[in-house]
Ligand binder design. Structure first.
Ligand code: FRU
Length: 292
């Protein structure tokens, strides 16, 4: 499994309730952890037993060391990552409200994105799957074309989290498109069915999935009809940070295991729901709820 996207230093402040503007409040806890969509998904996939590698850019600072140490701790290989000399590792200042688990993210980045040329140096040997974040569309489209050409049997997925100019370039090549509700809304869609039909029509993907937070998820495979999956709600929602990344990992895990599409989405919804009942991305003190 190869993941291509960002790694971030997350400064996660847990607060009792989300503060008002210009308030001054105390945090109940502070976590300085590695974040970033694709690396979050890889951490889960690695915990579920997949051999994982990450390719992306890092700064030239202590935050990058923390990220590399965390990824190594998860058994994720980072030999092809690009360290930008003099660069600053992206940082997110995050408030997680203990009242309802909401997460508010202020993301700072001033680091070059991974280029197709950088990606060209990463080996595609021995891969079953490549998962891309839907960012930097022109370059990422070139990376997808490289995988299609040089490793045609490798499955490709793309996360569509934000509507970025030129993102349509990423709709051709991947078999799996994993969209967020925000992405659907930015395209003018409230109804997940309408969104998925439009996305499937504009792409050549085999399967399109949209994560819908507390409303679960919906999916559509080519030649099929839209199906909805209800959310899995934990006893208490304490931390929704990265739930979408866990969901994406769950879908990929299910499909890699050979589950039918619907079952893969159902277990991904469950995994993301369980995550919301715990602080952090990977449930450290427990064995994974769903394993190979
Ligand atoms: C959660 C997350 C955080 C990171 C931010 C980047 O999905 O990946 O870990 O700071 O989003 O947008």
């Amino acid at each position: 499994m190869l993941g291509v996207g960002i790694a971030v230093l997350d400064l996660v402040n847990e607060v009792e309730v989300y503060p008002a503007e210009d308030d001054e409040v105390r945090a109940l806890a502070l976590r300085r952890v590695r974040g970033g969509n694709v690396t979050n998904s890889l951490a889960v996939l690695s915990r579920l037993g997949h051999v994982c590698r990450w390719v992306g850019t890092l700064g030239d600072d202590p935050a990058a060391d923390l990220i590399l140490a965390d990824l190594a701790g998860h058994g994720i290989e980072t030999g092809d990552a690009v360290r930008v000399s003099g660069g600053t590792t992206p940082t997110s200042s995050i408030l997680v409200s203990r009242t309802n688990g909401s997460r508010t993210i202020v993301h700072f980045r001033d680091l070059p994105e991974l280029s197709a040329e950088d990606f060209g140096r990463a080996s595609l040997d021995g891969l079953a799957w490549v998962h891309f974040e839907g960012r930097n569309p022109q370059e990422t489209a070139r990376m997808i074309r490289r995988v299609r050409k040089e490793a045609p049997d490798v499955a490709i997925s793309v996360e569509l989290e934000k509507h970025r100019p030129g993102i349509e370039a990423l709709l051709h090549g991947p078999q799996l498109l994993l969209a967020s509700r925000a992405f659907a809304r930015a395209g003018g869609f409230e109804d997940p069915g309408d969104f998925l039909e439009d996305l499937l029509m504009r792409s050549d993907a085999r399967l399109c999935v949209v994560a819908r937070g507390a409303q679960g998820a919906a999916f559509l495979k080519r030649g099929g009809h839209v199906q909805r999956v209800s959310a899995y709600v934990p006893t208490r929602v304490v931390d929704t940070l990265g739930a979408g990344d866990v969901f994406n990992a769950g879908v990929i895990h299910g499909l890699l295991k050979g589950l039918p599409d619907g079952e893969a989405v159902v277990q991904a919804v469950k995994l993301a729901g369980l995550k919301c009942g715990h602080p952090g991305i990977v449930m450290e003190r427990e064995s994974p709820p769903i394993s190979d």
